[in-house]
Every structure is written in C-alpha cells, then in structure tokens.
Design a protein around this ligand. Structure first.
Ligand SMILES: Cc1cc2nc3c(=O)[nH]c(=O)nc-3n(C[C@H](O)[C@H](O)[C@H](O)COP(=O)(O)OP(=O)(O)OC[C@H]3O[C@@H](n4cnc5c(N)ncnc54)[C@H](O)[C@@H]3O)c2cc1C
Length: 407
C-alpha cells in the first residue's frame, strides 16, 4: 500500500495536466497517472482559441507556447454548403492585444503541458493504466493500476479526478459512461502537406457530405495542414455515411479540388470520438469529479474541447482544495465543481447547441452564413465570441437570428 495523496489525476491530457498544475499552486499533493508515454499523439484538429489561450496565459506559458512549432491564427473562415464563406478577423475582436490563436500538433502541445505537470506533481507515472477504482461506503477512495508489465498497484487519494478522455475508465466504473449518438460526434483527421492557399486562418466548411458536421483545413508549420471531417454520430448512422469516403468526396469536390491538386496525405485518416456538451452530463459524486472529454464538454458546434477541458481542470483543482479544507469530499460539496464549470461554459454550450441545430438544416445554414458574410456587425460578434471577448449571450437571444434573417 502506497501513501495517500490529496488528488489522484487519471489522464495527463489538457484536462489532467491543467488540474495538476492548479492543484500544485493550491498546495495539494497529486499523483498524476497516464497510460501513455509522452509525447503521444491525440487525434484532434489541433486548434487553440479563446479559452485555451486564456488558461495558458494564466499559467504563464503563453510565451513558450508561441515558440512551439505550429501556426499562428488570425482569421476563422466559415464556409456554407453553397461554398460562400464568412471571414472572421480576430484582430477586430481584441481591442488592445495582438490576436492569439494557434494550431499546434497535439503530440507537441500535450507533451509540453504534460512535462510542466509532471514537474509539479508529487508523483507522476506514465505507461500506467488505471483499470479500476477503490470504493468504500459509496465513496471513491483510490485507483488500481496496471503497468505495461502487468504489475498491479493500489493508490489512495482523497479525491480522484477522471481526466481520461472520451472512453473514461473512471466514468465507466462509476456507471456514468454515456455514449449517446445525439450528443456525440465522430471525426477523422489526416495530416497533409502542400495544400494550396494556407494562410493564417482556420477553415470550417459546412459541406453537403456531412450535415450536421464540417470539413476543416487548419494550417500547421512548414506548409503542413491538419485536415479532417466530423459528423453527429446519430445522423451518420441514419444517413449511413462512410466518413473516409465523405472526406475524399469533400477534398475532390469542385470547391477544394484545386487546393488539393498537389497535396500529399502524410498518414491514413484516423478517427476518434467527441462527446459534446449539448447535454449536461453528471460529472461528480462522492470522492470524484470527471473532467474534459470524460465529462463530455466539447463544443457541439465548433468541436473545440481543449479549452473546456482546461477550464474543468482549473475548477476541479479549486473545488478539491475547498473540499479538503472542509474535510468533506461528498457529492454535496463537490457539486460546487458542477456549478462553477457550468456557470462558466454552460451558456456558451447552450448557444452552440442551437447553432448545431441550425447546422442540421442546409437551407438555414446557407442563409445564416450568407447573411453573416455580408454583415460586418454579425461577423464582429462572431469574432468576439471566438476570441472569448464577447459573451455568447448575444447569440442566445432569438432576436439575434431574426435580425440576421431579416437584415
Ligand atoms: C478529430 C477531432 C478534432 C478535434 N479538434 C479540436 C480542435 O481543433 N480544438 C479543440 O480545442 N478541440 C478539438 N477536439 C477535442 C479535443 O481533442 C478534446 O476535447 C481534448 O483532447 C480533451 O482533453 P482531455 O484531457 O479531456 O482528454 P484527452 O486529450 O483524450 O486525454 C486523456 C488522457 O488520458 C489518458 N488515459 C486514458 N485512459 C486512461 C487510463 N485508463 N489510465 C490512465 N490514463 C488514461 C490518455 O492516454 C490521455 O493522455 C477534437 C477532437 C477530435 C476527436
């Protein structure tokens, strides 16, 4: 039997690394566990915007992150099924600051964050998979791990944080794993090189091949690009969409054919799951909290999950400190995590759910994007929203859409 930690963090992705870093600042002892050996890949669009950048800044890492290989982003392009695009310039949304959005391969970003967290954790073990939880009297009290050589160990912690991604073992063991195709996106990523016309912009194209969903082209370092396609799982099943085929069709469609004429795929397209926050899933209980993808916090409209994962890491660390100070790790006290998290991101997720619904109707999608393409006011609101400077509350107002449609 090992010593008892304040926190056991299962998973060292953006959620778990952030939780570890804030927990250390708050004076908590942390055992950080990951089944992988870093650097490891994670299938993703690799884009970092508003919230991720805000947390990186708060942690004091922004200058170092700017020097990592990747691309610096100043614009976001939303393309309609009819291939009309609205160009959102992030510069106009940020009053006094230079725009800060990045595309950085997760293999690089996650290794950077994990290394920082590893240095701050009391103990950090890689290649150590959590296979089960230890529970006593209805409270989670620790974890059972399995190393690569099959060695099993038990660790005790006052609180366990499940930051182990969409397929979370912590959530599964607690009966909280929830693969609901209505609130779940499936996506493919493929790194390319020599895609034409890559600039300082990320592009989300709402193409006919995947409604609701999108095809993305994000620039990377040295002429590389992160290209991918994703779709709501329920619609994918109903429409019997083959995502690999949809990706090929999008690339070969008249709108993109020229840009991919000399492009070379650097890998086979690889898939991953995105549990989205169009549903408010339970995320805590006696002795545990679920973070990031394990709690299903991905934005249902943009597919962004890194920022919300990092936010959840920060709130979980703060609430863990509070609970330990009270000497009470019950669900009643840890409910404060849910309150803080959803008051920070709930409204935005709600609005994105509405936007995703619009995205299910081709006619509306064309209408909204075409109007936005012509309206400076609308594109500025969207820019502010993406930069995390304008609350998405404006978009929650039905009048916004009426004005958009009739303007
Ligand atoms: C195709 C695709 C494109 C995306 N594009 C973007 C984008 O451009 N921008 C954006 O912000 N978000 C994007 N997302 C979402 C984003 O990738 C996730 O929301 C984000 O990775 C969540 O971070 P996390 O720390 O919760 O989980 P993860 O990043 O999945 O990290 C979980 C960690 O837990 C470890 N782990 C798992 N099981 C165990 C276990 N049993 N024991 C120990 N360790 C374990 C894993 O090794 C991993 O290191 C995309 C997702 C997909 C699938």
């Amino acid at each position: 039997m090992n010593k008892e930690y304040d926190l056991i963090v299962v998973g060292g992705g953006p959620a778990g690394a952030t939780a570890t870093l804030y927990a250390q600042k708050l004076g908590l002892s942390v055992l950080l566990l990951d089944k992988a050996k870093f650097p490891r890949d994670k299938i993703c669009g690799d884009a970092l915007s508003g919230k991720s950048v805000a947390v990186l800044r708060d942690l004091g890492f922004l200058e170092e992150v700017e020097k990592l290989p990747g691309a610096f982003i100043q614009k976001v392009v939303f393309g309609s099924p009819k291939n009309i695009a609205v160009h959102i310039d992030m510069k106009s949304a940020l009053r006094n600051e230079p725009p800060k959005g990045f595309v950085i391969r997760r293999k690089i970003l996650d290794a950077f964050l994990f290394e920082k967290a590893k240095r701050q954790a009391t103990t950090c073990l890689e290649e150590t998979k959590v296979s089960d939880l230890i529970s006593e009297n209805g409270t989670v009290r620790g974890v059972i791990t399995e190393a690569r050589d099959g060695t099993r160990q038990e660790f005790r912690g006052r609180i366990v944080l499940g930051a182990d991604g969409y397929n979370s073992v912590v959530a599964r063991k607690l009966g909280m794993y929830d693969h609901d195709p209505e609130h779940w996106i499936v996506a493919l990523r493929c790194y390319y090189r020599n895609v034409k016309d890559l600039t300082n912009q990320i592009e989300l194209h709402y193409v006919d091949e995947v409604i609701p969903g999108y095809f993305w082209i994000f620039p990377l370092e040295d002429g590389y690009a992160n290209v991918g396609i994703g779709m709501l799982h329920k619609s994918m099943k109903e429409q019997k969409v083959d995502l690999k085929l949809a990706l090929r069709k999008a690339i070969e469609s008249p709108a993109f054919k020229q840009r991919f004429a000399e492009a070379e795929a650097m890998e086979e397209p690889a898939g991953w799951n995105l549990p989205v926050g169009s549903k408010h899933r339970p995320n805590h209980g006696n002795g545990f909290m679920l973070l990031g993808d394990a709690a299903g916090l991905i934005d249902p409209f943009t597919g962004e999950g890194i920022g919300n994962a990092m936010y959840s890491g920060r709130f979980a660390a703060e609430v863990a400190r509070l609970a330990i100070d009270k000497n009470d790790v019950s669900a009643a006290v840890l409910a404060e995590y849910d309150r803080r998290l959803w008051s920070a991101i709930g409204n935005e997720l709600h609005v994105s759910t509405k936007l995703q619904r619009i995205g299910r109707i081709r006619f509306l999608l064309n209408l909204v994007i075409h109007k936005a393409a012509r309206s400076r006011h609308v594109s500025e609101i969207i820019a502010g929203m993406l930069a995390n400077e304008v609350p998405r509350k404006q978009l929650a107002n039905p009048l916004f859409y009426l004005k958009l449609i009739f303007s």
